[in-house]
Design a protein around this ligand. Structure first.
Ligand SMILES: [Zn+2]
Length: 244
């Protein structure tokens, strides 16, 4: 029997849409190579992911295509996949009565998944959600809510993916999605081979990006360097009785 020390570390990476894993894919490849048991949770079915590259219509048909694409990507990355079936945009168009019960169900299901997997670390999005997409921000907020709502084993850590503000162009973009570098307290290098494999997996998402677009993204993003930046969620154990 393996002792607790020798058991593989477990990571849960939790994002909104099939293809969102691309934010951290080189890191996932690296961790899998190191023997970490990586489980990727994708919350939504991607049914609204129409774009200018093809004639796919929004709906169940597209959701089915994206489910297969997500399985292909997870297979190349070497991660376990939990693909949930929440609607893309979390029923935002249905207003309060459609959206809120759907979002609450997601929060409760994420709690069950974390309970079951008992990860050593969780990666999700911070308040920027990278693109400001409401699903990205809401999934990150839901994971954070679950994390702060319970007493977990002490070793469980929560990380938010981030892009340093100094790597982004305009003040507007920095404000929408940048992180001041001093907040990014975890910076993990990856190899260009790991980067290649990450983009090989992105090719699975054919309904979202034709191969030439993936290749262009791969070239463009090299300028961000071979490092994934994260912000560890921290709170002081010491209780204070004043703000200042
Ligand atoms: Zn997305």
């Amino acid at each position: 029997m393996l002792s607790a020390q020798n058991e593989p570390k477990k990571l849960l990476a939790i994002f909104a849409h099939p293809d969102d894993e691309q934010s951290v894919a080189p890191l996932l490849v690296k961790l899998v190579e190191e023997g970490v048991e990586v489980t990727l949770v994708i919350a939504t079915d991607g049914r609204l992911g129409v774009n200018e590259y093809n004639d796919n219509k929004a709906g169940v048909g597209l959701a089915n295509i994206r489910r297969k694409e997500m399985m292909c990507a997870a297979d190349i990355l070497g991660v376990k996949l939990i693909h949930l079936d929440y609607h893309d945009q979390l029923k935002a168009a249905e207003g309060f009565d459609g959206h809120v019960p759907h979002a609450q169900k997601l929060i409760l299901e994420l709690k069950n998944i974390i309970d079951k997997v008992q990860p050593d670390a969780i990666i999700t999005w911070g308040p920027d959600g990278v693109t400001t997409h409401m699903d990205h921000r809401l999934v990150g907020a839901s994971v954070t809510q679950v994390f702060v709502s319970q007493k977990w084993k002490n070793s469980m850590k929560l990380y938010f993916f981030g892009v340093p503000s100094d790597m982004l162009g305009s003040q507007k973009v920095k404000t929408l999605r940048g992180q001041e570098r001093s907040f990014l307290n975890v910076q993990i290098p990856f190899t260009w081979d790991q980067y290649d494999k990450a983009y090989q997996s992105l090719l699975c998402h054919e309904s979202q990006y034709p191969a030439e677009v993936v290749m262009k993204m791969k070239e463009d993003r090299k300028s961000f360097g071979n490092r994934i930046y994260l912000r560890q969620f921290m709170s002081s154990k010491k209780v204070k009785n004043r703000l200042f």
